[in-house]
Design a protein around this ligand. Structure first.
Ligand SMILES: Cc1ncc(C[n+]2csc(CCOP(=O)(O)OP(=O)(O)O)c2C)c(N)n1
Length: 261
């Protein structure tokens, strides 16, 4: 039976009783557009050296990546039923080699952009045409590694690198503005030498349009600040602190299935 991707994530979270539901729903629309419209990567070429690369740096949201990879036939969708269960290939944080399409292991925040930067630099040195995309959380903009990579990428003119920031304005225990304010975020990236655009990270046509236009400027890395909603689509967690660690009861699950219809 056909099931919308957010519903698949919901089912995985309910059946595994693992948290991070809000984190996955925050970025799933971006991943959906990336894999269906933008990236030159699929089950046939996922280990080809010329493929585009995508790194989900906020590895705690990997349920969204698994659901999107399954939808795009990287592996059999049946595997989603074992998400986060004993012996499953699908762990709660991204694990390289677990299933086709997971480029690197992530979960310790702050490492996705450094790895993507290295891949983009390698592409330039090897004179390859592939593009590198990486999605980080707003919380990862608190990490020194992110800003070191920002300096480095601009210095080396890595215009084959596109950063997506999932700006849902929440971290694990509070609002981003209260934990560590990032504003003015666009100006910060501009001043680091990046070309910046801002979009609604749940609007499919906006996401597709902006990502079809990278690099925004020759010789500069691109960053897309995606305004998103943590727990998007579910009234009882949407834009709420609970969305990070929520464990769904049967009643929540039934209500959520109706809301995501
Ligand atoms: C280096 C590191 N420190 C702490 C954690 C624990 N942790 C998991 S998610 C999270 C923060 C969640 O907020 P954010 O990074 O903004 O992600 P999102 O709101 O998109 O889920 C933290 C601190 C971690 N995974 N890695």
């Amino acid at each position: 039976m056909f099931m919308l991707i957010p519903k698949k994530i919901l089912k995985m979270k309910y059946e595994s009783q693992e948290g991070h539901l809000g984190s996955a729903l925050s970025c799933v629309d971006i991943l959906n557009v990336l894999y269906s419209k933008i990236l030159n990567v699929n089950f046939e070429n996922y280990s080809d050296e010329n493929r585009d690369r995508f790194i989900l740096s906020k590895g705690h949201a990997v349920a969204a990546l698994y659901a999107v990879l399954a939808q795009n036939n990287f592996f059999n969708e049946e595997l989603l039923n074992n998400y986060c269960k004993d012996g499953s290939k699908l762990a709660g944080h991204s694990t390289k080699g677990s299933v086709p399409g997971v480029e690197v292991s992530t979960g310790a925040l702050g490492h996705g952009l450094p790895m993507a930067t290295g891949m983009a630099l390698a592409g330039k040195i090897d004179k390859k045409n592939y593009k590198v995309f990486v999605l980080i959380s707003d919380g990862e903009c608190d990490e020194g590694t992110t800003w070191e990579s920002a300096l480095f990428s601009a210095h080396h003119k890595l215009d084959n690198l596109t950063l997506l920031i999932d700006y849902n304005k929440w971290q694990a225990f509070g609002r981003t503005k209260d934990v560590l304010n990032l504003e003015p975020l666009a100006k910060k990236w501009e001043s680091f030498g990046w070309q910046v655009k801002e979009i609604d990270g749940h609007n499919f046509s906006e996401i597709e349009k902006v990502l079809s236009g990278v690099p925004f400027e020759k010789g500069k890395p691109s960053v897309v600040i995606c305004h998103t909603i943590k727990g998007k689509g579910l009234s009882f967690v949407e834009d709420k602190l609970e969305s990070h660690y929520v464990k769904l009861t049967e009643e929540d699950y039934k209500k959520a299935l109706i809301e995501l219809e």
